[in-house]
Ligand binder design. Structure first.
Ligand SMILES: Nc1ncnc2c1ncn2[C@@H]1O[C@H](COP(=O)(O)OP(=O)(O)OP(=O)(O)O)[C@@H](O)[C@H]1O
Ligand SMILES: [Mg+2]
Length: 250
């Protein structure tokens, strides 16, 4: 099987600080891949390079076999690579429905001119309503985004990403700052949307219960380098990983 995402010796430094070091790994279609590691290990910086927010110093990032390095964030999104951010990236003054609707509208193919704008609006609204329902936010559609709880704002950010119809979804700490109940709900919803939208997932997470519960594969980053990769069971019993990271988290 061809990997959906393949990193090939990716390197990045900020001045003297090496944040990505010879990073190579592959994610296959349907996989749920976790990326873990201490604060400052370079996890978010890695996502920034995959999504075109940052340019690697060297290496290749292949998505469906095509190198993404040098493409704009918009071009990368168009190829089917979506992302939700560590700090929810939403329009706080718009309604919850409009946050997703505007993303869905932007995603419509404007070269298909025979569509009247009203039809496009209707289509975007229908897509947004369906996504809200998938996330259990259907009752919140008319509220302004800033009024949502922290947990619901994180879900809304995932909803905006879904509106862009990704094949691969990157989630940066989807349960960060959530209460235990919100974490559980988010964990369940991520499993559900993966099935419903046929997604491959790569997620960064500090909540080890979630990592070992839902991930098929786990990569451990330390100072930008891959310390270990394997199944949840392999990672949990890896002495180096336990010493470097899990000892504190578990
Ligand atoms: N634009 C930047 N310029 C300079 N240094 C940066 C920049 N962005 C990140 N860094 C540094 O790169 C390192 C990796 O940061 P990154 O945000 O990727 O860590 P992380 O693994 O996501 O951590 P956390 O778990 O706390 O979110 C940190 O030392 C950070 O301070
Ligand atoms: Mg981070």
């Amino acid at each position: 099987m061809t990997p959906l995402l393949q990193l090939d010796s990716v390197n990045k430094a900020f001045g003297g600080l090496k944040v990505t070091q010879h990073l190579s790994f592959s994610v296959f279609p349907g996989e749920i891949a976790a990326i873990i590691g201490p604060n400052g290990a370079g996890k978010t910086t890695l996502f920034n390079q995959i999504t075109g927010h940052l340019l690697p110093d060297s290496g290749r990032i292949l998505f469906k076999g095509e190198d993404l390095v040098g493409l704009t964030t918009q071009a990368i999104v168009k190829k089917g690579l979506g992302r939700a951010f560590q700090v929810a990236s939403i329009f706080p003054e718009e309604t919850v429905l409009d946050n997703i609707r505007l993303a869905a509208l932007a995603n419509l193919d404007h070269t298909r001119r025979f569509w009247r704008p009203s039809a496009e609006h209707r289509q975007a609204t229908e897509a947004a309503v369906a996504i809200l329902a998938s996330l259990g936010l259907e009752e919140q559609g008319g509220r302004l985004a800033f009024e949502l709880s922290h947990g619901d704002q994180k879900l809304l950010d995932i909803g905006i990403a879904l509106a862009l119809q990704p094949t691969l979804l990157l989630l940066d700490e989807p349960t960060a700052g959530m209460s235990p109940e919100e974490r559980q709900r988010t964990r369940r919803l991520i499993g559900e949307i993966r099935g419903e939208y046929d997604l491959t997932l790569v997620f960064i997470e500090h909540d080890m219960d979630m990592v070992f519960d839902i991930a098929h594969t786990v990569r451990v980053l330390q100072q930008g380098a891959l310390l270990a990769e394997g199944s949840p069971a392999e990672i949990q019993s890896n002495e180096e990983v336990v010493k470097a990271y899990l000892g504190e988290e578990l």
